[in-house]
Design a binder for this molecule. Structure first.
Ligand code: ZN
Length: 778
């Protein structure tokens, strides 16, 4: 009977142990099958394998803009190179403009509810039905002019090949297409709207076009997914193969046009003055205006009926976009990046000034310089920032950015830094994903997260204490503090993320900053990050390639970090539950006995205190004959016996042990609890009695045997008066109230809130009002 009970108890405790082991191990377990098995295309080190391949698509396009009807028509010849080892029976293309078809999956599946109060944003997408959006495909033909069979499936199109396209073969075909450009401000809430469209300026009756994702483009065929056939739903941007582009774009003769690539026919489209100003920009230290504001304002009134064709060429890019308007002011400044010239340029209407003229091109140049340093040298000859209706969207060599001052020319601090930040961000996208060509339709974080991280670093190099919106660990705390069921891991497909900004931009960029500052240190991190960029420049990395390269090049096992930050949703909340102080007992009666005596008499109880007063005389006081040895015995007295015991003890110690005993070291036993779940290093600040302090950094592996609770002994020669966890706010700890021992009450200042009815003036306006100056009119 006894035996059986014993065995059952043993079994239960083994199961308990196994469960505890599982729970603990899971945080530090290798990613294993969460990552794909390495192969000859993608290696276990995170580098492209020796059989790595990718497809290529070259484009030759003739495009015409109809400024009367806001339409665009084009013909394109695509030459598709099959570098895969596979034979292809059909080709898939992206037809992104079909997202604006009222029957697109994006529109049919966008959830909505009609309420009494409807915002323009909501109304925008509800009224999409009145807009005749999407492609009108005129033909698809092969090189000889024979019609090719094609099938449109939402935002994709399949072309059936007459003969299978063999490995290493190529196939040329042409498509003629047209579509209506949408009014960006009217379709505010429509999925996909945020990336392109036109803006109408009623005051001068002019249009400004930002044209992108505008031509049928080859979908990606790769070793991971085969054909990438995720429909364009609006959030997942795109992924495309690299290739060479030629584009001729016909627009009204008084338009100024900027595009991906290098202008091939400046003499046909620019004036002699503009050409000579561009020449000056090649050696200028500050931006040179190619089209001035006065010239742009004159253009606004022109309304030319003749046309001009701008010709561009771009090598080794994965897309092509352009912007055109007769409203454009244009400035340029050439920089030299690693020995190569890069013409940094901006195109903006007068509504963007004075901000755009002052900051845009400088921000473009700053981005090229700072990103080149950390990733790969910027490989293209041009980098452009355009101001129009689009808040922020990137394409190779060109991006569209928002940020507009008030009508009086003043602006808030937020507008200023918002503008500089969005330009750094969108120009930064040249690196992620335009060069390091990750699949945005699957993983928003791979371009947005990495780019937002680099953006943060560049902002800090723009000016000291630049008010960066994202990057610092403490800024992710509100998101990480949310209820678990409202959060998705970073490793979630772009279309299933509920808070794209927090999940795909802020959290991964914060995680990388923590990896750089707290886990790896700047040297190891920067080397590994540059290694990733170099390995995958002009190639298409997957998440595993990033995770593996960062470990491979830093020499640090980071599986626990990817698991916690990228595959999990738990927050960081480490608590310093308790600290116990210990001193070494020297066992020397001459030293220890007085200490013990003092401790014993230190604090009297309330009864002892009152009894001293209330009991005048005790029985023994009145009857001294009741006293014996113990009434006068001093337990703390040093006796010859206790001294000799101490001498024997000393004789038994080694020299080192004697030294430690004599040092008077303070030992502190810290009890740490992991309340949040996400394991992180333990960073401790010890404030000493004498006013100095020390930082102790313990790697996250302290949690590897027990990720819920650990204790750690710290010893110091000085007495610690205060312990503080995460003193530099570097771990994104969501609850700092449990980070100090003894605990500290943080003072909070409160403000009596009074409703403000009027929107306050921005500080620039206020300054002008107090100076009595008239706001400048534009
Ligand atoms: Zn972005």
């Amino acid at each position: 009977m006894k035996k059986v009970i014993l065995a059952a108890a043993l079994l239960a405790s083994t199961a308990g142990m196994a469960q505890r082991f599982e729970e603990n191990r899971s945080k530090f377990e290798q990613l294993g099958t969460l990552l794909p098995t390495p192969n000859t295309y993608r290696t276990a080190s995170g580098a492209p394998g020796h059989d790595y391949w990718q497809q290529r698509a070259d484009y030759d396009m003739q495009i015409e803009l109809n400024d009367e009807k806001q339409q665009i028509t084009g013909t394109e010849t695509i030459t598709y190179f099959n570098n895969s080892p596979d034979e292809l029976g059909y080709l898939w293309l992206q037809l992104e403009q079909n997202i604006f078809d009222k029957n697109s999956t994006a529109n049919l599946t966008k959830t909505s509810a009609m309420e009494e109060k409807v915002s323009m944003y909501q109304l925008g997408f509800m009224t999409l039905e009145q807009f005749d959006g999407g492609y009108k495909i005129k033909y698809v033909k092969d090189k000889a002019g024979n019609a090719l069979k094609y099938t449109v499936n939402g935002t994709m199109m399949r072309i059936d090949l007459p003969h299978a396209l063999k490995s290493k073969g190529s196939f040329s075909f042409s498509i003629a297409w047209s579509y209506n450009i949408h009014d960006h401000n009217k379709l505010a809430g429509a999925p996909g709207n945020g990336r392109m469209g036109y803006e109408y300026f009623a005051k001068d009756n002019n249009y400004l076009y930002e044209i992108a994702q505008f031509f049928p483009r080859m979908a990606v065929y790769d070793d991971v997914y085969g054909w990438q056939h995720k429909q364009f739903l609006g959030n997942g941007e795109f992924t495309l193969p690299f290739g060479n582009y030629k584009a001729s774009i016909t627009v009204p003769a008084d338009h100024i046009l900027g595009a991906t690539g290098v202008l091939q026919n400046p003499n046909e489209v620019l004036t002699a003055t503009q050409i000579s100003r561009l020449q000056k920009a090649k050696t200028a230290k500050t931006p040179v205006v190619i089209v001035t504001q006065e010239e742009a304002e004159a253009n606004e009134k022109d309304k030319s009926t003749t046309k001009k064709t701008w010709k561009f060429a771009a090598q080794n890019v994965r897309d092509f976009a352009f912007a055109t308007s007769r409203k454009f002011i244009w400035d340029a400044m050439q920089i030299t990046q690693d020995g190569k010239p890069v013409m940094c340029m901006s195109y903006y209407p007068k509504e963007g000034n004075p901000l755009w003229g002052k900051y845009s091109t400088q921000a473009v140049a700053h981005t090229i310089r700072t990103y080149s340093k950390r990733t790969v040298s910027y490989p293209y000859p041009v980098a452009i920032s355009v101001h129009g209706p689009v808040g922020g969207m990137e394409y190779p060599m060109i991006c569209f950015n928002g940020g507009r001052p008030e009508a009086d020319g003043t602006y808030s601090e937020q507008t200023k830094y918002g503008l500089i930040s969005v330009i750094i961000h969108e120009v930064g996208h040249n690196f992620f994903p335009m060069i390091i060509n990750s699949d945005e339709r699957q993983w928003t974080w791979m371009d947005e997260g990495l780019n937002t991280f680099c953006q943060y670093l560049s902002e800090q190099e723009w000016q000291r204490e630049y008010p960066s919106r994202r990057g610092e660990a403490y800024k992710i705390v509100p998101y990480m503090s949310m209820e678990q069921n409202k959060l998705e891991p970073i490793m979630t497909n772009s279309e299933q993320v509920s808070q794209l900004g927090n999940n795909a931009y802020a959290k991964p960029s914060t995680a990388l900053n923590i990896l750089r500052e707290t886990i790896l240190g700047r040297d190891l991190f920067d080397y590994a990050f540059k290694q990733y960029a170099t390995r995958w420049a002009f190639k298409s990395p997957q998440p595993a390639d990033f995770f593996r390269t960062m470990e491979d090049a830093s020499g640090v096992d980071l599986d626990w970090f990817w698991r916690g930050w990228f595959y999990g949703t738990e927050p960081v909340d480490i608590a310093l539950e308790d600290v116990k102080a210990f001193n070494a007992d020297t066992q020397n009666p001459e030293k220890e006995n007085p200490i013990s005596k003092a401790q014993a008499n230190e604090q009297k109880t309330i009864s002892q205190i009152r009894n001293e007063k209330d009991i005048q005389k005790t029985l023994v006081d009145e009857n001294p004959e009741l006293k014996d040895f113990y009434n006068s015995y001093d337990r703390y007295a040093v006796t010859p016996q206790s001294k000799s015991r101490y001498e024997q003890y000393q004789a038994s110690l080694s020299d080192e042990e004697k030294k430690l005993l004599a040092s008077g070291e303070n030992f502190y036993s810290l009890k740490l609890k992991n309340n949040g779940g996400l394991v992180m290093p333990v960073i401790l600040k010890l404030d000493f009695e004498d006013g100095t302090n020390e930082i102790v950094r313990i790697p996250a592996e302290i949690w590897r045997m027990n990720n819920k609770e650990v204790s750690k002994v710290i010893h110091t020669s000085k007495k610690v008066v205060q312990f503080t966890l995460d003193p530099f706010q570097e771990t994104a700890d969501i609850d700092t109230d449990n980070n100090a021992f003894p605990s500290k009450a943080a003072p909070t200042r409160f403000q009596l809130f009074k409703q403000q009815n009027r929107r306050p003036a921005n500080p620039m306006q206020e300054a002008q009002q107090t100076q009595g100056g008239q706001p400048s009119n534009r």
